[in-house]
Design a protein around this ligand. Structure first.
Ligand code: XMP
Length: 318
């Protein structure tokens, strides 16, 4: 019978045997899969595991600092790399969603490759690939590893792609990953986090991306997610976030007419992200959140709620 503890025991043995005293590099994303993979590898090989956590400047508000602290507290050998400027520079002026994704994916590969080169004699790349990623071939939800996979055909292989691959979670499903994580003593809040796309807020800002737009969306998203937690709604929702629209509309403030940004809130129920239904959040909650956003976030004067299901509407607006 499969149990988290037997899985952990067998996997730690498997990693020890496979990797021996070699060095392994792994990209952490702040998500469940890469974190559980890292803790398993850490248990097996300790300091020979080198984790890299990249700030692409498109993470949630305070996410980089918070998650990095959390990783350090877990005893992981992790290096935080703040590459926000590099990503923003690469994205400058790009409006097309596919080109934005490419720019983000390529910047990630460059940064990761640079960092991997600094680790002397590293011979393995670990990934948090789970079973559904394996069957889908191109993963939609795998964070850094998915980014790498979907871009490995761009302009020749970066050096870290020549590393041998170790994927300790490739035979198990998401709910099993969470159970393993619980058994490993990982913070339940981290294990219960909503999925968050590798390109981050970059696919929730429609049109070109600027530092100011990222700041606005981080504030809006923060109010929405914090509200979901305070109202006890967070765990009823599979994924939630906010989209910054390339639309200004008129509003009034005192005697003045304003012409400012509109944001769309999105919350969905789903099991795997392939199909999704919008969540019937209470009107009182939406009213409170809308007021908070408009009162506190400078530059936003209108909030709408997305009531479209997937298909045909996707979860992200891009
Ligand atoms: P869509 O928008 O296609 O999203 O309905 C389905 C799920 O996939 C996530 N998503 C991504 N995850 N890298 C990721 O790691 C990506 O490039 C990416 N694009 C979409 C999305 O957040 C949702 O959970």
């Amino acid at each position: 019978d499969w149990t988290p503890d037997s899985f952990i025991e067998e996997t730690v043995e498997f990693i020890k045997e496979k990797v021996g005293s070699d060095k392994v590099v792994l990209g952490l994303s702040g998500g469940v899969d890469s974190t559980v993979a890292a803790v398993l590898l850490n248990k097996a090989i300790g300091k020979n595991l080198y984790c890299i956590f990249v700030n692409n400047g498109l993470l949630r508000k305070n996410e980089f600092e918070n998650v990095l602290n959390q990783y350090e507290g877990m005893g992981l050998n992790v290096k935080g790399v703040d590459a926000s400027g590099r990503f923003l520079e690469a994205l400058k002026g790009i409006e097309d969603p596919e080109l934005k994704r490419k720019a983000i994916g390529n910047a990630f590969i460059e940064v990761f490759d640079d960092e991997a080169h600094k680790i002397e004699d590293v011979t393995w790349l670990a990934q948090g690939t789970i079973y559904p990623d394996v069957i889908e071939s191109v993963s939609a939800t795998g964070g850094p590893s998915a980014t790498i996979k979907s871009h490995h055909n761009v302009g020749g292989l970066p050096d870290f792609m020549k590393l041998k691959i170790v994927e300790p979670l490739r035979a198990i499903f998401k709910d099993e990953v969470r159970r393993v994580g619980r058994s490993l003593g990982i913070d339940p809040e981290l294990l219960g986090r909503h999925p968050f796309p590798g390109p981050g807020l970059g696919i929730r800002i429609l049109g070109d991306i600027t530092a100011e737009k990222v700041r606005i969306l981080q504030e809006v998203d923060h109010i929405f997610i914090k509200g979901l937690k305070e109202w006890g709604l967070y765990d009823d929702v599979w994924q939630a976030g906010a989209m910054l629209l390339p639309v200004n509309s008129v509003g009034v403030m005192g005697d003045e007419r304003t012409y400012e940004k509109c944001v769309a809130l999105r919350a969905v129920e789903s099991t795997d992200g392939m199909t999704a239904d919008w969540v019937n959040l209470p009107y009182e909650f939406l009213q409170k959140i809308s007021n908070d956003i408009i009162n506190k976030v400078k530059g936003v004067n209108r909030v709408v709620y997305d009531i479209s299901s997937k298909p045909p509407a996707t979860i992200e607006w891009e």
